[in-house]
Unconditional design. Structure first.
Length: 677
């Protein structure tokens, strides 16, 4: 990321007297975005020969090569933006295998990977810790003196707003150094942090905007769109990607699913240091991303300039006559309703990121007849009378109070509907939702008591929804028929099922299924899982209330790619014995919650769970101990124990000691609310 301290670190290395003494020649060149080969050659010649020479480019290259030949040299190439620039430059440097060094800085990960060799992997700069941020701040502001005690508390609060970015900290110090060092002055800054950091943002933008200016065209709208998500909150990647697709920002690539392409877009933004990685799933897949506040400010300003999206923030509104996309970041006063309604023929996207909004918003949205994206899931309002008339919708996320027909909405790609319970009545709505003519549908999440209609009775009974990848069903009597017509599902969540055997048989159709959540709320016979279960790509299995016998649980080892297994009151029996021939080959995360009758857990050896990284045990009151062989698993990273017996806690500590004896001191053991028999 721009301003994170890459050049500063390189400069400290370059200027270090001991390091310089190890080399015969040193040179520093800054590339920046516009690579000027001649200018770089002139800088190199000047550094190496100590004189400026005006001659042809070929002769300049010859001078550089001869000046470095046979000598040990240190070259810093700062702020490089293209692999082409590196390919052209490296021809100039002789390789005499004499421990010369070339140090590069870049914001682009793919360039770092391209340039580096296995012995010298790229070093990624991280944000400063709170202590390091404070030390940098006081160094810039007070030099070698310490911060006056009466300013420490206020100063640390101000510095925390910089979020560990050195550039921001230095700029803040530069602004404060111009003020008298008094408590009253700093208190005024603290009370007006928004305006103060507005000035900080302006001074940082010229550096940060370089990254945006270098973005390829297809990534620009995707990046600017992120500015519409709330400040200082993690961004759900699945939601972001679905919105990008609905906005048609994502273009098809070589027969890949649009979600895969969008994932590649996101990774490109991360590799360009514009987006930060956030919380990951137990398997290591990124579930959330983040954006630094200064880069978010860049999004807000550039989105307005490029007319990509209009962010409405309180009463700070500008003309919206020509704005096609509108995102509400905070509540807008009623006097501004006319402006939104006046633009009703233009608006294609309406998203609300704030929680409370008067119900008048429904009547306003109903006038946006050309709307393609409607996300008002954060608003506690009933949109059941609005949605059916917005026939161009591709994405809808909202609450509804009454049944609604989506017959006219043939373009829908994502449907997220929650039941809205009005103030004066409780809804007992039970109505089928007909999706069988929505050939574009990709993601479907509907709340009970809505349910998907019977496909057998549809006008097109043989219709297959080949694009549907995510399906959440609650209380549907037609699960089997629905699954048979959605063969390309990636994620399936089903609550309150019926016709269990038929349902299990139908699962074999879903050869691409990666995530399966099953929940039972009625007393049914234990789930029967045969040895022939065929879900070759299933990575995550979450079971709730299924009461599967432990001997049947072992059959889950036949799932070749299972990485995550979570059970909530899902397993039944006093003994879980895992024999030698039962191997969960790729299981990384095992969570057992509320197995109230489990007393003994036996594992033949560490080979039963050869890849296990995280073990979480909740409310296992009767379990005597964790198998000793778990302590022999070298991939194990953490054990979490909550409300378990004293024997479980004791055996967990023994496992930690066993791991330490094998050289693994990184195993994290956490025990909460110990339960003693």
């Amino acid at each position: 990321m721009g301003g994170i301290g890459k050049t500063t670190l390189a400069r400290k290395v370059y200027d270090d007297s001991y390091i310089r003494s190890r080399f015969d020649k040193q040179a520093w060149v800054t590339i920046s975005q516009e690579y000027n080969e001649r200018q770089i050659l002139l800088e190199l010649v000047s550094s190496i020969t100590g004189s400026k020479q005006e001659t042809s480019d070929d002769e300049l290259m010859e001078i550089v090569y001869r000046g470095l030949k046979g000598r040990r040299f240190l070259i810093v190439i700062d702020d490089i933006w293209s692999t082409k620039a590196w390919d052209q430059m490296q021809r100039t440097f002789p390789n005499d295998d004499n421990r010369s060094r070339i140090l590069l800085t870049t914001r682009l990960k793919y360039i770092a990977d391209y340039v580096s060799c296995p012995d010298f992997p790229p070093h990624s700069k991280s944000f400063l810790s709170r202590n390091d941020s404070w030390n940098l701040f006081t160094e810039k502001l007070f030099k070698k003196d310490s911060c006056p005690s009466l300013l420490v508390e206020i100063g640390k609060h101000i510095v925390r707003q910089c979020q560990g970015l050195p550039l921001s900290i230095v700029v803040v110090a530069g602004l404060l150094v111009k003020m008298d060092l008094t408590h009253d002055n700093w208190k005024k800054v603290e009370e007006n942090l928004d305006s103060f950091f507005g000035t900080v943002s302006e001074r940082c933008q010229s550096i940060l905007s370089l990254s945006y200016n270098y973005l390829p065209q297809y990534l620009r709208a995707c990046f600017l769109y992120i500015g519409g998500f709330p400040e200082d909150r993690e961004i759900n990647i699945y939601k972001l990607i679905r919105l990008w697709i609905a906005e048609q920002f994502v273009k098809a690539r070589s027969n890949k699913r649009l979600e895969v392409v969008a994932d590649e877009y996101l990774q490109e933004l991360i590799d360009r240091s514009l987006i930060l990685t956030g919380t990951r799933s137990p398997t290591g897949r990124m579930k959330f991303c983040k954006i630094h506040d200064l880069l978010r400010q860049l999004c807000l300003s550039e989105a307005h300039t490029e007319n990509v999206v209009h962010f409405m923030n309180g009463n700070d509104l500008e003309a919206i006559d020509d704005q096609r996309r509108m995102i509400l970041l905070s509540e807008v006063e009623e006097k501004h309703d006319y402006g939104m309604q006046h633009s009703s023929g233009i608006i294609r996207t309406f998203i609300s990121m704030q929680k409370d909004f008067p119900e008048r918003i429904c009547s306003i949205v109903s006038k946006f007849k050309l709307l393609k994206v409607l996300d008002v899931i954060s608003l506690w309002c009933d949109f059941s009378g609005v949605i059916p008339e917005l026939v161009h919708l591709r994405y809808v996320a909202a609450h509804i109070e009454e049944g609604l027909s989506l017959d006219k909405l043939r373009n829908l790609q994502t449907i997220i509907l929650r039941i809205y319970i009005g103030v004066n009545r409780l809804t007992k709505l039970e109505q089928p939702l007909d999706i069988w003519r929505m050939s574009e549908i990709r993601h479907l999440d509907i709340d009970s008591p809505l349910y998907i209609s019977n496909p057998v009775e549809a006008e097109q009974p043989l219709c297959l929804l080949n694009n549907l990848q995510t399906l959440y069903l609650r209380k549907s009597p037609f699960v089997v028929e629905i699954i048979r017509r959605t063969p390309n599902l990636k994620k399936l969540k089903i609550l309150d099922r019926s016709r269990l055997p038929d349902f299990l048989d139908s699962l074999s159709i879903l050869q691409d299924l990666e995530t399966l959540h099953l929940k039972e709320q009625e007393n049914i016979d234990p789930m029967i899982i045969s040895r022939d279960i065929s879900l070759p790509n299933l990575k995550k299995l979450k079971l709730f209330g299924t009461r599967i016998p432990w001997e049947v649980v072992n059959f889950l080892a036949n799932l070749p790619n299972l990485e995550v297994l979570k059970g909530y009151s899902a397993f039944a029996g006093t003994d879980w014995k895992v024999d030698e021939d039962v191997v969960f080959h790729k299981l990384k995360y095992l969570q057992l919650y509320g197995c109230y009758d489990l007393e003994r857990w036996e594992a033949a050896g560490s080979d039963n769970f050869p890849m296990l990284e995280q073990l979480q045990l909740y409310v296992l009151h009767r379990l005597e101990e964790i198998p000793e062989s778990i302590g022999e698993i070298m991939t194990l990273k953490s054990i979490l124990i909550v409300y378990c017996s004293s024997g479980v806690n004791t055996s967990a500590r023994k496992i930690q000691e066993e791991q330490e004896s094998l050289g693994n001191y990184d195993l994290q053991l956490e025990s909460m609310l110990k339960f003693h028999l």
